[in-house]
Ligand binder design. Structure first.
Ligand SMILES: Cc1ncc(COP(=O)(O)O)c(C=O)c1O
Length: 417
């Protein structure tokens, strides 16, 4: 097995930590990664993070820093910003957020005062913690209200969202989710925001790579502010980003620094720039289309195996599998799949009666397995294996057979060949 070993010529003396890193690299090679928010960044993206750029303090923005010696990191940040703008067709970009949550914090600070009303997707129906969870800064500082999916279709009904917006009159309307498998109509959301005189923000953390690769409509023409993470479908380093029209960038920049962060992580910004260049290639369009084709094939295979998928299927990279339909909790299903080296996470399904640590669903995504080269034919096998394990989670013969099949597939399709 070829493992990725960062900075291969480095003398490594810290045996304990390098041994753990090696074990984690091996785990990634041996397991099929179905966690929808994860991906396998390229070796070049990872190499940029192991460079001297990590040493540099660069508070401020290119050309206006609070530290000397920033001439080369300015080049890096300018490249990252320009590539981000080109990739998404956005007037301005801030590439400094350390994470998606930090990006959201800056976006909110640039548009809201504490206590302002916000309407966003319910966390229980697929929204994100930073969209108003009571223990998250968002729920602590702002007055969040939520919309959700319909009980019968398990999809958003924008007429209902409009009714809620008309009644609430929020200052900000947010679209975007962590576990929603259907296309989001950003134009229709923007029209609702305009009608109620609200600002409109899209958090495209999950689908950013699909948007970049043309496999999901872009929110850029419709939103006042767009936030995202760079490490999910976009396949870059762990981090966040904010895109906006030029008239908003001054407020966004100062809300991020000094508002919510100190010095930017220049080594990560270099890695973001590399990932944006990768995402500009035609091969990334092919990748994004394959992610969606794989998700659709996996969902169809699971339905064929008699397992219910929330809303009946998927149009993007993610699906919520109702494992209650085969008598399991999400936690039990996650454990059972882990035993055969299929990694995923338990997840609430809409109107779930179980608590979050148990849940009735698992969330599956195809971004990472598509990166390692799995195709639609592989999805047929994978759906079959998942079905077998979920129906007989304790059966040793089934576990052995499926684990063997997963091992054969992962060794045939390595990540860092
Ligand atoms: C919709 C959405 N927004 C924001 C985030 C936060 O990203 P991070 O974990 O980098 O803070 C996530 C992460 O899963 C997400 O799904």
């Amino acid at each position: 097995m070829t493992l990725y070993s960062p900075a291969p010529n480095t003398t490594k003396t810290d045996d304990s930590i390098w041994a753990s890193i090696a074990r984690e690299e091996e785990r990634q090679e041996l397991q099929l990664e179905l966690i929808a928010s994860e991906n396998h960044a390229s070796a070049e993206v990872m190499a940029a993070m192991g460079t001297a750029l990590t040493n540099k303090y660069a508070e401020g923005y290119p050309g206006r820093r609070y530290y000397g010696g920033c001439e080369f990191v300015d080049e890096v940040e300018d490249l990252a910003r320009n590539r981000a703008r080109e990739l998404f067709g956005s007037e301005r970009a801030n590439v400094q957020p350390h994470s998606g949550t930090q990006a959201n914090m800056a976006a909110f600070m640039s548009m809201l005062d504490p206590g302002d009303k916000v309407l966003a997707m319910s966390l229980d129906h697929g929204g994100h913690l930073s969209h108003g969870h009571t223990k998250n800064f968002s729920g602590v500082f702002y007055d969040f209200h939520s919309y959700g999916v319909e009980p019968d279709s398990e999809r958003l009904d924008l007429d209902k969202v409009r009714e809620q917006a008309l009644a609430l009159r929020p200052k900000l309307l947010i679209a975007g989710a962590s576990a929603y498998s259907r296309p989001i109509d950003f134009e229709a959301f923007a029209a609702i925001a305009r009608e109620v005189d609200a600002l409109f923000m899209v958090d495209m953390a999950h689908i950013a790579g699909l948007v970049a690769g043309g496999a999901h409509a872009s929110p850029i023409p419709h939103a006042d502010v767009v936030t995202l993470t760079t490490h999910k479908t976009l396949r870059g380093p762990r981090g966040g980003m904010i895109l906006c029209p030029k008239e908003r960038i001054v407020k966004i920049n100062s809300a991020l620094f000094p508002g919510g962060q100190g010095g930017p992580l220049m080594h990560v910004i270099a890695a973001k720039a590399i990932a944006f260049r990768e995402a500009q290639q035609d091969s990334f369009k092919t990748y994004a289309a394959q992610v969606v084709a794989n998700a659709s094939a996996l969902a169809e295979g699971l339905v064929g195996a008699g397992i219910r998928i929330v809303s009946g299927g998927t149009d993007n990279h993610v699906m919520l599998v109702d494992v209650g339909s085969v008598g399991l909790s999400g936690a039990a299903a996650e454990d059972a799949l882990h035993r055969v080296n299929i990694t995923c996470n338990k997840n609430l399904i809409p109107f779930d009666k179980r608590p979050p640590m148990e849940a009735s669903g698992v969330r599956l995504g195809t971004a990472a397995i598509t990166t390692r080269g799995l195709d639609v034919a592989d999805m047929g096998h994978l759906a079959g294996w998942i079905g077998e394990i979920l129906r007989a989670p304790e059966d040793e013969a089934t576990i052995k057979r499926v684990a063997g099949a997963v091992a054969e597939l992962t060794s045939r399709k390595p990540i860092y060949a």
